[in-house]
Design a protein around this ligand. Structure first.
Ligand SMILES: *Cc1c(COP(=O)(O)O)cnc(C)c1O
Length: 397
C-alpha cells in the first residue's frame, strides 16, 4: 500500500526533532554533527538567533500580501543582492526549480525581443542538476531524472562535463545560451576549472549567447565568495540562486543583468508566493550575516582547513579514497569501491550527517558557521568509518 507521504525519496532511518548551530538532535535525543545543512540550505546553521528573530518579528506583523502591491523588504533585498554581484535585477520565487524556469524563459525572451526568436536552445553539461520541472530535467538530460517523463520540452543540448570542444561543436544558429553549475553539486562536487569558465564566457560573447550560472548549491557564500563564478573573474548574464539564500525559509531567485532581463516586462512572469514579506525578512537577515565583515574570509579559511584535513585523510586511506573534490565548504570524497549510501548510513549511525552525491562521492555541505573543532570531529568520524570498512573487507576476503 502506498504511504500517505508519496514515496519519492529513499529516506534514512532517522527523524530530527531539533537543531542548534552545527548540530541536529533526533527524536531519541541523539546528537549529530550536521555536514549536509539540509542540502546546503542551512548556511547559518540551525536556530540562528537573528533568523529566528526576523521570522518571529515579521511573522507577528505580516506574512503575505501578493505581488500586486509593493514589498519594501523585497526591494531592499534585491538592491543589496544586485549591489553585491554582476546582476542588476532580481525575480524572487520559492525554489531552485523556479529560478531555473525563470532563467530559461528569460533567455528565450531576450532573443525573441532582439528579433531572433529561433535562438531558443541552451547548451548544458552532463551530470548537471537543474531541478525537477520538465524543463529542469530536460536541461540536465540524465536518464535517471527523465525516464518515463517524456516527451520532454525541446531546447537543450547536453555536452560532456567541462568539454569546451563539445560546447563549441554544439553551438548552432538556434543556440541562445549556455547554462552550467560553476561547481556541480548533485553530479559529484565537480568545479568547472577557471580557464573553462573564462572560455565559456568568451564563447558567449563571440556568439551573442547568454551565460547562465546555476549557483543554487554553490552560491551564497558556499565556496568563500558570495557566488562561485567570482573565482574565475568573469561576469555571467543570469544567476540562479536558492538553497542558502533563505537559510531554511523557501526562497529562490533569478538574477540578471539589465540587458539579459530586457524582455522581462510587466506580465511576462510571476509567482504568487514569490518574494513575500515573510521570505524577504528572512532573506535580508541571512544576507546581514553573510555580508558581515570577515564572514567570507572565515569560510575560505575553514574551507582550506577542511580540504587540508581531507587530503591527509586520503593519504591514510589511499586504497579507498580516489579523490578529494570541491571548493570552500562544498567538499566531496570519492570512494569508488563502496556504495556511497552505505558510507553515509554508517556515518549517520556514528553521529555525523553527510550526503550522497553522484559519481560515488560522499558530499559535505556543512553550515558556513563551523569552526575547526567541527572539522576535526567530522574527519575523525570519516577516519573511523573508513578504517572499520577496511577491516570488514579484510575479514570477508
Ligand atoms: C537543488 C538544486 C536545484 C533545484 O532546486 P530546488 O529548490 O530543489 O527546486 C537546481 N540546481 C542546482 C544546482 C541545485 O543544487
Amino acid at each position: 500500500m502506498i504511504t500517505p507521504l508519496m514515496p519519492t525519496y529513499a529516506r534514512m532511518p532517522v527523524a530530527f526533532e531539533r537543531g542548534e548551530g552545527m548540530y541536529l538532535y533526533d527524536t531519541n535525543g541523539k546528537k549529530y554533527l550536521d555536514f549536509y545543512s539540509g542540502i546546503g540550505v542551512m548556511c547559518l546553521g540551525h536556530s540562528h538567533p537573528s533568523l529566528v528573530k526576523a521570522l518571529h518579528d515579521q511573522g507577528s506583523r505580516l506574512w503575505h500580501t501578493a505581488n500586486t502591491y509593493q514589498i519594501p523588504e523585497g526591494e531592499r533585498l534585491a538592491k543589496r543582492l544586485t549591489d553585491a554581484c554582476a546582476a542588476d535585477t532580481v525575480f524572487f520565487g520559492n525554489s531552485g526549480a523556479e529560478a531555473i524556469e525563470c532563467a530559461i524563459k528569460m533567455v528565450r525572451k531576450y532573443h525573441y525581443e532582439k528579433g531572433n526568436k529561433g535562438k531558443y536552445r541552451l547548451i548544458t553539461m552532463a551530470s548537471a542538476f537543474h531541478g525537477r520541472t520538465l524543463a529542469g530535467i530536460a536541461a540536465a538530460g540524465q536518464e535517471k531524472l527523465t525516464k518515463g517523463f517524456e516527451p520532454l520540452p525541446d531546447g537543450f543540448d547536453v555536452v560532456p562535463f567541462g568539454d569546451l570542444d563539445a560546447v563549441k561543436a554544439a553551438i548552432g544558429p538556434e543556440t541562445g545560451g549556455i547554462m552550467i553549475e560553476p561547481v556541480q553539486g548533485e553530479g559529484g562536487i565537480r568545479p568547472i576549472p577557471t580557464d573553462t569558465m573564462k572560455a565559456l564566457r568568451a564563447l558567449c560573447d563571440e556568439h551573442g549567447l547568454l551565460f547562465v550560472v546555476d549557483e543554487i548549491q554553490c552560491g551564497m557564500g558556499r565556496t568563500g565568495k558570495l557566488f562561485a563564478y567570482e573565482w574565475s573573474d568573469i561576469e555571467p548574464d543570469i544567476i540562479t540562486v536558492a538553497k542558502g539564500i533563505g537559510g531554511g525559509f523557501p526562497l529562490g531567485a533569478c538574477m540578471a543583468t539589465e540587458e539579459a532581463a530586457s524582455g522581462m516586462v510587466v506580465g511576462t512572469h510571476g509567482s504568487t508566493y514569490g518574494g513575500n514579506p515573510l521570505a524577504m525578512a528572512v532573506g535580508n537577515a541571512v544576507l546581514d550575516e553573510l555580508l558581515a565583515p570577515g564572514f567570507f574570509e572565515r569560510v575560505i579559511e575553514m574551507g582550506d582547513l577542511l580540504h587540508g584535513r581531507l587530503a591527509a585523510l586520503q593519504q591514510r586511506h589511499s586504497d579507498l579514497i580516489s579523490e578529494v573534490r570541491g571548493k570552500g565548504l562544498m567538499a566531496g570524497i570519492r570512494v569508488p569501491d563502496v556504495p556511497t549510501r552505505d558510507i553515509v548510513v554508517d556515518l549517520i549511525d556514528r553521529g555525523m550527517c553527510p550526503a550522497v552525491a553522484g559519481d560515488m562521492v560522499v558530499r559535505m555541505l556543512p553550515p558556513l558557521i563551523l569552526d575547526e573543532s567541527h572539522i576535526d570531529e567530522a574527519v575523525n568520524h570519516l577516519d573511523a568509518c573508513l578504517s572499520d570498512l577496511r577491516e570488514k573487507r579484510k575479514s570477508v576476503s
